[in-house]
Design a protein around this ligand. Sequence first.
Ligand code: SME
Length: 162
Amino acid sequence: MFDFKPDDSLEKAELYRQLLAAAGALIEGEDDAIANMANVASLIAEFLPGLNWAGFYRMVEGELVLGPFIGRPACIRIPLGQGVCGTAARDRATQLVPDVHSFPGHIACDAVSRSELVVPIILDGEVVAVLDLDSPHSDHFDTDDSEGMERLAALLAPSFAA
Ligand code: SME
C-alpha cells in the first residue's frame, strides 16, 4: 500500500507538484494504461479536495467508454462531440466549465456536479482518452487545475502505446 496523502495546508502549486511526483513514481516502469489510470484516479481523489468524481473515458472505436474512476457510477458510452467529455475529445482541447448547466449538451451523470474540467490525453496526435474531474461547487476549477491535469495527461499518454 502506498501512502501519498498530502498535508491539508498545502498551497495549490505544491499540491500539484506532489501529485505529479506521486503519479510519476507510480507510473514509472508500468505500461498498463488501465492500471495507471486507476492509480491516477485514486491519487487525484486523495490530493484534490472538493471533487465528486474523478476518472477517465477511453477512446474505443470512435467513442468514449468509461474507464477507471472514483465516484458514483457514471454513463458508460459518450459519442464524440457530445457533452463536456465528447467535446474535449472531438476538439482535442481542455474544457474548463465553471457552470455545467450553461454548457450545451452537458451530460448529467451525477446531479450534484456543478463544475467540470476535462483534459484530452493525446498520443501521437490522437486522442486516446480523456481525464474528467467533477465538482459539486460552481467555478471550482482554475488554470492551475487545467495546467496540472494537462501535465498529468502528458505523463499518462505513453501508457496508451499499443
Ligand atoms: N458530465 C460529463 C459526463 C461524464 S460524467 O461527468 C462522469 C459530460 O458532459 O461529458
